[in-house]
Design a protein around this ligand. Sequence first.
Ligand code: NAP
Length: 285
Amino acid sequence: MRRVGIIGYPLGHSVSPAFQQAAFDHHGLDVRFEVWETPPDALGGVVTGLRSPDALGASVTVPHKAAVIPLLDRLSEPAQRVGAVNLIVNRDGLLEGHNTDTAGFLRALREDGEFDPTGKRALLLGAGGAARAVAHVLLEQGVAALTIANRTPERARQLAADLGDGAPVSAVSLEPSDLAVGGGWHLIVNCTTLGLRHSVGEKQSPIPSASIPPGALVCDLVYNPPETPLLREAKRAGARTLGGLPMLIYQGAEAFQLWTGKEAPLTVMFQAARRALHIADDRSS
Ligand code: NAP
């Protein structure tokens, strides 16, 4: 029996155990996916335990994606660039840090959102870890303009500065008056926690329908519930919508491949995640 798990704090909402275990079972692998709820002062001990021969590695989530970096032996190029790790792989006692949120987001955007970001105007809501990964992807893909809007504008300005001089990036607050300026977004991505089930902002949309152009694609990284307040505002505005589940599965599929060397069974993973979230399964591939 080998083990792998998710490291975060708190972890009550995670569906990763359900869809990753389904993938291991599908391949008949003797692996158990565990939930390792890890307060910050316990992070060092949990990561050291991953060097053991029976550990494949771990998924890493809030609040440890940056804090875990100094505890690892090497980083993939995307993890280095973004400054965040959401996946650890144990290679014979050496710990590798990866960022699969980046590729997962881009795949969801292209395949499920049918959206090509090159040359488009994008509005990013939030300036935390997920926003950082999405901002890097959108700039690499050559967006024409990227506006970062955050409740704490200073964090939006810091993220814009970290993205480098000369990048077509601006920073504003989440106030509707700020968001009316400029406008003309082709893509809006919610990287805040607003809308997340069982959170304080569960019933809130980060922006109203009045700030959403009818032709835009609105993408919410929140996957639980599947229809968030923002996605309802987007539909009201006549925009297209994309929920956070495809990104979650694609980043997890890359993790599964790096842990096992086997192809991730995407259909099985989607089905298990939908079951865990009590969503009717209307996806056949
Ligand atoms: P994080 O680093 O903690 O950042 C949280 C962000 O939400 C910050 O910008 C914060 O603004 C904002 N925020 C929190 N409460 C708010 C409120 N009441 N009003 C307005 N803004 C608020 O978290 P993260 O790792 O970036 O994750 C963000 C979201 O993305 C989470 O819901 C997470 O589940 C989701 N996510 C999904 C996937 C996926 O695969 N679908 C992957 C990664 C993340 P301040 O700076 O002002 O505090």
